[in-house]
Design a protein around this ligand. Structure first.
Ligand code: NAP
Length: 296
């Protein structure tokens, strides 16, 4: 499958006048290269109405890929997302995650059913193992494949897997059915470029970049702010445009602020010049040796 499409179709049902880049999953499904994170949503009851509004606005603006997890606000982020997508769920691509302790066959089925209920849907588009911990990979694989066979999830992937973990997964029969690896990847955290990203690229395994704005810190970085002026873009937009210049990368910035939602979506339109990409390499140096995977 080719990764990245130059003239992608608009997401189904979308009338939003924006240009989105797309990334091909190993099964050739095209997903938007920019989605929305939901970590920390659902945590405070007094913010619930505003957060629901944010998620609905995001959909109206054209967001179609949403990243959540059973862990976020103990399921309340999934609940919020389910409510926000009610009636238009089939136009969205939902990513959720199972906790390692729930990844054993029986527990995974129950955890997935709980997520489905909260999300008000009968399938999850992409279900990730949230992090590795001490779980048995063959068991995880069996859990995931059973959920696929039962129609509960469309495909599965992993999160916070470094190169050695992926190699181990690939050594198991059908381990290469993994659709995505979601890790911390940003201008401020370029470790994956040393060996993880090349390894994934060779196998056409997309990398989903979490904390693409380093939890907001890149949005106020002076070098990015200065460079952004050349593109009439904000620092956050430059940081996202840089990520999206990698054809196999999907970025999932979280934004509760409506202005941020709009801004981030528009970052997909920015193409960095080679000179400016080189300038970013001087400020945010690429790794020269193996670095341990950063994790939140
Ligand atoms: P992030 O997306 O790097 O940063 C989010 C912060 O940036 C928020 O404070 C947000 O503010 C701010 N922001 C967003 N757009 C902005 C803009 N245009 N200008 C200025 N500030 C802006 O960090 P994250 O939320 O930690 O990561 C993103 C998503 O990745 C999460 O929500 C979650 O879905 C996923 N994630 C996964 C894992 C994992 O283990 N798999 C770990 C961490 C995160 P406002 O909210 O006020 O707009």
């Amino acid at each position: 499958a080719s990764i990245g499409s130059r003239s992608p179709p608009r997401p189904r049902g979308s009338s939003a006048p924006y240009q989105m880049k797309f990334v091909s999953l190993p099964d050739r499904t095209q997903v938007p290269a920019l989605g929305l994170g939901t970590w920390r949503l659902g945590e405070a009851p007094e913010r619930r109405a505003a957060e629901l509004d944010t998620l609905r606005t995001a959909f109206d603006l054209g967001y179609r890929l949403f990243d959540t997890a059973e862990m976020y606000a103990d399921g309340r982020a999934e609940e919020l997302l389910g409510e926000a997508l009610a009636g238009r769920r089939h136009e969205a691509f939902i990513v959720s995650k199972v906790l390692p302790q729930n990844s054993w066959v029986k527990a995974a089925r129950a955890a997935c059913e709980r997520s489905l209920k909260r999300l008000r849907t009968d399938y999850i588009d992409l279900y990730l193992l949230h992090w590795r911990e001490q779980v048995s990979l063959p068991e995880v694989l069996e859990s995931m494949e059973r959920l696929v066979a039962a129609g509960k999830i469309r495909r599965w992937g992993v999160s916070n897997f470094d190169t050695a973990d992926l190699k181990e997964l690939w050594s198991i029969p059908d381990g290469n059915r993994c659709a995505v690896n979601q890790v911390w990847y940003s201008l401020g955290s370029r470790g994956p470029e040393f060996d993880l990203l090349p390894w994934q690229r060779e196998r056409r395994l997309p990398l989903m970049a979490y904390c693409p704005l380093d939890e907001g810190r890149l949005a106020v970085h002076p070098a990015l702010t200065a460079l952004g002026r050349r593109y009439r873009a904000s620092a956050a937009q430059l940081a996202l445009a840089w990520l999206l210049s990698h054809p196999e990368v999907i970025a999932i910035p979280k934004a509760a602020h409506p202005g941020h939602l709009n801004e981030n979506l528009a970052a997909a339109r920015i193409t960095l010049s080679p000179q400016d990409a080189a300038e970013l390499d001087r400020v945010f140096q690429p790794p020269r040796s193996k670095q341990r995977l950063a994790m939140v």
